[in-house]
Design a protein around this ligand. Structure first.
Ligand code: AGP
Length: 364
């Protein structure tokens, strides 16, 4: 990608629209149809090493941390290795127990975020194996880690990360498939995930072609003082990232909660002035998610659903194409990037450089 604006009014808009190509680049040359797996050249982890991994711990900040949360779920689902993500900024200050059988993964667009770099250095000092999942080639985190995956999103200029998030999640999908195929993920499941990955660029283009509808919806919700984002399991990190996007670029207050937690407190906030954005994939939790929509509707809450089919209880639904259940989170956040962009645009915000934020936080 070039720095030429190519007719886009902001880098955010340009970068959102580069996602189909960016994902295509992340997949290129990596898929191995013969063994229904992927080749990740820079990983430095042979099959024996991969099989010896007992846990995966993913560290990142902000959007990269959210990508890591989705990545952890993918690794658990496809490779059946216990995995979780934690903000690198928290991890490094809590004297963590560093376990030799754990694979640590540092996620970063810039590869220069100080909290992530400091966590990597501390882990290395304690003898841990640390991989990087990084966008900027040759960056500090890429250099300090034992190996890793470049996410190949191309240069991301807007302070608000969009295409890099998507490519990080795709890269986690590749890693989960790779780890899974060294363990118990079947050839049939490997093939299924590969077919799903290959569909992504076209499906992203389909979502982006729906832009005019999302622009209209942004107009409907731009009057909100505060918004709730909910999702369950795979949808929860998507909700968190979408809520961060809206906050960063529009300055509208937003909260993200697991849909299952609503009744434990946040339901008290629901009223017409607090709309909810709900992530409602067609997976085994569909009925549970629908029940949450009913609870919100019963309290006169407005609902915008991102779903694979129109949701009766929602005031509006953005319908996104269905992929494999495990890969759905990659697509479900994309319309919400556009929602954040159009909301900020309607409010006259400085979209590429939101107040108080820097593209990469290289200080403590
Ligand atoms: C994303 O929109 C943010 N501006 C921010 O949360 C960012 O993801 C975070 O600072 C981490 O940056 P990195 O990926 O370059 O490490």
């Amino acid at each position: 990608e070039s720095y030429d604006m190519g007719g886009h009014d902001t880098y955010m808009h340009k970068e959102i629209h580069e996602q189909a190509d960016a994902v295509d680049r992340a997949l290129r040359g990596r898929i191995d149809d013969r063994f229904s797996t992927v080749h990740l050249g820079g990983l430095n982890l042979d099959a024996r090493d991969a099989r010896a991994v007992r846990r995966v711990k993913i560290l990142g900040c902000g959007t990269s941390y959210h990508a890591g949360q989705i990545g952890a779920q993918m690794i658990e689902e496809l490779a059946r290795i216990p995995a979780d993500a934690e903000p690198a900024s928290e991890f490094r200050y809590r004297n963590p127990v560093v376990d030799p059988d754990t694979l640590y993964i540092a996620v970063s667009q810039s590869g220069e975020t100080y909290d992530v770099l400091a966590a990597v250095q501390e882990l290395k000092r304690k003898g841990a194996r640390v991989l990087g999942l990084v966008n900027v080639v040759g960056s500090a985190i890429a250099r300090e880690t034992d190996g890793g995956i470049y996410v190949h999103a191309g240069p991301e200029v807007c302070v608000v990360s969009t295409k890099c998030f998507t490519n990080m999640v795709v890269s986690f999908g590749l890693l989960a498939l790779h780890l899974g195929r060294t363990r118990d993920l079947s050839v049939a499941d490997g093939k299924r995930i590969i077919a799903g990955l290959r569909k992504l660029p076209e499906q992203i283009a389909e979502i982006l072609a729906n832009e005019a509808e999302i622009e209209k919806l942004a107009g409907e919700y731009a009057d909100a003082k505060s918004m709730m984002f909910i999702g369950r399991v795979r949808g929860y990190p998507v909700a968190r990232e979408a809520s961060l996007k809206l906050k960063e670029v529009s300055y509208i207050h937003a909260e993200a909660y697991p849909a299952s937690e609503l009744k434990h407190g946040p339901l008290a906030l629901i009223e017409p002035a607090m709309p909810t954005v709900a992530i409602v994939p067609d997976d085994d939790l569909l009925e549970k998610n629908r029940a949450a929509l009913e609870e919100i509707k019963a309290r006169s809450g407005r609902i915008l659903a991102v779903a694979h089919q129109v949701q009766e209880k929602a005031d509006h639904t953005i319908v996104v194409p269905k992929n494999e259940d495990e890969l759905d989170p990659i697509l479900m956040g994309i319309p919400l990037q556009l929602l954040a962009y159009y909301t900020a645009k309607a409010m006259g915000r400085d979209i590429d450089k939101p107040r108080n934020l820097a593209k990469s936080v290289t200080v403590e």
